[in-house]
Design a protein around this ligand. Structure first.
Ligand SMILES: NC(=O)C1=CN([C@@H]2O[C@H](COP(=O)(O)OP(=O)(O)OC[C@H]3O[C@@H](n4cnc5c(N)ncnc54)[C@H](OP(=O)(O)O)[C@@H]3O)[C@@H](O)[C@H]2O)C=CC1
Ligand SMILES: C[C@H]1O[C@H](OP(=O)(O)OP(=O)(O)OC[C@H]2O[C@@H](n3cnc4c(=O)[nH]c(N)nc43)[C@H](O)[C@@H]2O)[C@@H](O)[C@@H](O)C1=O
Length: 313
């Protein structure tokens, strides 16, 4: 990407989009364009057509999506499918119609089969059944990555997709029921510490395994791959390291300074039992994560305490 090229970051007020804008600014890109959800509803085809016809961005990072944790996903399957499918099709299609040189589509590691061999390689896509708690979201994300691939194959575009593992960091969503596990734990342990509670209850059994990538590392990888990768196959973005949810709760409690007991509510869903990305393709392209989990949680807790824009989407 040329430093003065017009770059549209969709979803710039979200956790990922805001980190991509920070990274682009840090690397000296000078012509970044953004629109809030209120200014431009990406599910509205007419509005998206008008925006792209007027602005004609050279490059697009598609980091806008309807996003949520395990409960939000499983309770609103229809909404997660419709909003994400329509939004992706509108943005990718209008980018192509208006001559966008390169687009990056952000998916998620939940696109891979529930029982995929671990760690999961890019090639295991569509080899067996999806996890039910996020099936709708995964199908929408698979459609987005396939639409990029099909545009490349039919029209010779250079549209790429990346599949991040579970992310966390500044500007995350701290809604008590709708958020992902890491922000949920930060908030729960912080509030328990403040209230002097002797015990807190977390969801599921604590046995599922997850991998976590700090969002500023993710943004660094996105800008790096936009400049160094072309291809139809997606690229996994992760650390290649995992821990159990129980181990994660202990780590977050330590960082937050909560010393009470941790209990488990097994009526809440565990989701997929294990979700570890194979990051050998990413590392082969010359990129590796920098922020270790404990350090990332410290940075995120600091943001939780001091960011006046803290969201509860
Ligand atoms: N968070 C995670 O753990 C992971 C995220 N990802 C991917 O990264 C991307 C960004 O996620 P993340 O930053 O966490 O999510 P956020 O919810 O923090 O941000 C999403 C952004 O998209 C905007 N948006 C949603 N719908 C629309 C719409 N119809 N029109 C315009 N803007 C819209 C939201 O605006 P508003 O809030 O105003 O609705 C918000 O600013 C997504 O594609 C997601 O799939 C992938 C793997 C893991
Ligand atoms: C990024 C990814 O995120 C989702 O998939 P998930 O990895 O299952 O996400 P999660 O972060 O919500 O949960 C991880 C684990 O943690 C446990 N857990 C404990 N206590 C809390 C808790 O308080 N909140 C939450 N949310 N989970 C908790 C929870 O029971 C589960 O075992 C999908 O949206 C999917 O579409 C997607 O892309």
């Amino acid at each position: 990407m040329e430093k003065d090229a017009k770059i549209y970051v969709a979803g710039h007020r979200g956790m990922v989009g805001s980190a991509i804008v920070r990274q682009l600014e840090k690397e000296g890109y000078t012509n970044i364009i953004t629109r809030t959800h209120k200014e431009l509803d990406l599910c509205r085809q007419d509005a998206v057509e008008e925006f792209f016809a007027k602005e004609k961005p050279d490059y697009v990072f598609l980091a806008a999506a309807k996003v949520g944790g395990i409960m939000a996903n499983s309770e609103a399957l229809a909404d997660f499918m419709y909003d994400n499918m329509v939004l992706e099709m509108n943005v990718i299609h209008e980018a192509w119609k208006n001559g966008c040189k390169k687009l990056m589509f952000l998916g998620s590691s939940c696109i891979y089969p529930r029982m995929a061999p671990q760690p999961m390689k890019e090639s295991c896509l569509l080899t067996s059944e999806l996890e039910k708690t996020n099936e709708a979201y995964a199908l929408a994300k698979i459609s987005g990555l396939k639409y990029c691939e099909f545009l490349n194959r039919q029209y010779g575009t250079d549209y790429i997709s990346v599949m991040p593992t579970n992310l966390y960091g500044p500007n995350d969503n701290y809604h008590p029921e709708h958020s992902h596990v890491l922000p949920a734990l930060i908030r729960r342990f912080h509030e328990a510490k403040e209230a002097g509670l002797k015990e807190v209850t977390c969801w599921g059994t604590g046995t599922p395994l997850r991998e976590f990538l700090y969002v500023d590392d993710l943004a660094d990888a996105c800008v790096y791959l936009m400049n160094h990768y072309s291809g139809n196959e997606t690229v996994n973005l992760g650390t290649g390291k995992e821990l159990t949810i129980k181990e994660l709760t202990e780590l977050v409690a330590k960082v937050v300074g909560y010393e009470g007991e941790i209990k488990w509510d097994s009526t809440k869903p565990d989701g997929t039992p294990r979700k570890l990305l194979d990051v050998s393709k990413l590392e082969g392209l010359g990129w590796k994560y920098k922020t270790e989990l404990e350090e990332g949680i410290r940075l995120t807790y600091d943001d939780f305490l001091h960011n006046p824009m803290r969201a509860e989407r």
